[in-house]
Design a protein around this ligand. Structure first.
Ligand code: AMP
Ligand code: GLY
Length: 426
């Protein structure tokens, strides 16, 4: 069959790479894709605007696309699944109403409260004064979030009251996140270690993927501002089998049932960002899509055919599917542009990817890359996810960093401690 992957990041490169391994996949189109997706066997890029659903539907008809796999949250929250389904297309990804679980923090928090899913206590505000009063009453540490989509940047973990009030002003008065900050959600601070759990859903049944852990802060030791994610590993030993059982029972099962009860059965991947606290797993956020860079470490370990799993989600037959994962670990180190997550230069030549990939079990997933006159150059903040799979974690980490050492671009920076939290637990 022919498949269309929507998106252009490292996650989509990993999706195209895994989908291409399916004997069912004939041609894979990536819209708009990146030089990495273009290099995947069977795959090519197509210059479609991911928000132009009519043009996408037309392309799907022309190319006989039988599966559309949507990567990013923006088109999902804007209703790409609904729009394409109305054209009779088969879409892996939630409908607009269900994607609100990520698109609106207020919706997500109300939903979790209604379904008794453990999460931080919260209140939402549309007026600055009321938000300030609440912060003064609650005290710090406290967390301030812009309600809408803010590309991962709308969250402030405030260590004192002044910082929290500053964050409210930034969102509501300075409009730092545009309309996304018209409403702010103020949350209880949760202490613990984070983990990411991704699960396939067909509206009724869920199937959990192997656990993983992201590294959101830009510098080693979780220092510096938050980024889209500087690296990941899977599995995450903080998620013990007992804890996974609680996550299934206390979070994923009520999630799936709650979405059904709300009249928006959830089809696609649900990403639960968790805080593993002293009292158990609690939800930091739900995302309506695969994580980035978590996808780059979970998909290489997934056994079986991703096309068939996605189809089972669309067809409501996920109860007939069991997921299995390779025992070996997987580690991805993100190489970022100079200055990221602040402003950064573009157009710097990238070399050494072939040398890195010449080593066993190494895949370099592209995120912010472009081709200029045949030369691969940087074009984004997060440039590459250098990924090692197989083996025991200490060895996998070593191989990932050996591969990173092969790749060069001016000003490249990366964390040198990806996976260290897991090593401490092992
Ligand atoms: P989010 O965009 O909601 O995932 O938040 C970004 C990051 O902020 C999370 O990955 C956490 O590290 C941190 N964070 C968000 N909410 C909380 C909370 N209630 N307690 C502690 N940390 C939080
Ligand atoms: N890795 C964080 C995210 O995908 O939202």
């Amino acid at each position: 069959m022919n498949i269309l992957v929507i998106g252009s990041g490292g996650r989509e490169h990993a999706l195209a790479w895994k989908l291409a391994q399916s004997p069912r996949a004939e041609r894979i189109f990536c819209a708009p894709g990146n030089p990495g997706t273009a290099s995947v066997s069977k795959a090519e890029n197509v210059a479609l605007d991911v928000k132009d659903f009519e043009a996408i539907a037309q392309f799907c008809a022309q190319q006989d696309i039988q599966l559309v796999a949507v990567g990013p949250e923006d088109p999902l929250c804007a209703g790409i699944a609904d729009a394409l389904k109305a054209h009779g297309l088969r879409v892996f990804g939630p409908a607009k109403a269900a994607a609100r679980i990520e698109g609106s923090k207020e919706f997500a928090k109300d939903f979790m409260q209604r379904c008794s899913i453990p999460t931080a206590a919260y209140a939402s505000f549309t007026e600055v004064g009321a938000a300030e009063d609440y912060i003064r009453k609650q005290g710090a540490p406290i967390v301030v979030k812009a309600d809408g989509l803010a590309a991962g940047k709308g969250v402030t973990v405030a260590l004192d009251v002044d910082a929290a009030i500053g964050a409210v002003h930034e969102a509501m008065l300075d409009k730092a996140f545009g309309d996304a900050g018209g409403t702010v959600v103020i949350e209880e601070f949760m202490a613990g270690e984070e983990a990411s759990i991704l699960a396939f859903c067909d509206g009724t049944t869920f199937r959990v993927m192997a656990s993983s852990q992201d590294h959101k802060a830009v510098f080693d030791g979780d220092k510096g501002p938050n980024t889209g994610g500087m690296g990941a590993y899977s599995p995450a030993p903080v998620v013990t089998p007992e804890l996974q059982e609680r996550i299934d029972r206390e979070i994923l099962a009520p999630f799936v049932q709650g979405m059904r009860d709300a009249g928006s059965p959830y089809v696609g991947i649900i990403y639960a960002g968790l805080m593993i606290t002293e009292t158990g797993p609690r939800v930091v956020e739900f995302n309506c899509r695969f994580g980035d860079p978590e996808t780059q470490v979970v998909l290489p370990r997934l056994q079986g055919d991703l096309v068939e799993i996605m189809e089972a989600c669309i067809d409501g037959t996920l109860d007939q599917v069991e997921l299995a994962f390779d025992a070996g670990a997987c580690v991805a180190v993100v190489m970022a542009s100079e200055g990221y997550p602040g402003g950064y230069p573009k157009g710097r030549a990238i070399t050494g990817i072939e040398a890195a990939e010449a080593n066993d079990g190494i895949a370099v997933f592209h995120a912010g890359t472009a081709l200029t006159d045949g030369q691969l150059v940087t074009s984004g903040g997060r440039v590459l996810a250098v990924t090692a799979s197989g083996g025991a974690l200490p060895d996998t980490i070593r191989r990932a960093y050996e591969a990173v050492a092969e790749v060069h671009f001016e000003g490249a920076h990366y964390r040198t401690d990806i996976g260290q939290k897991a090593l401490k637990r092992l």
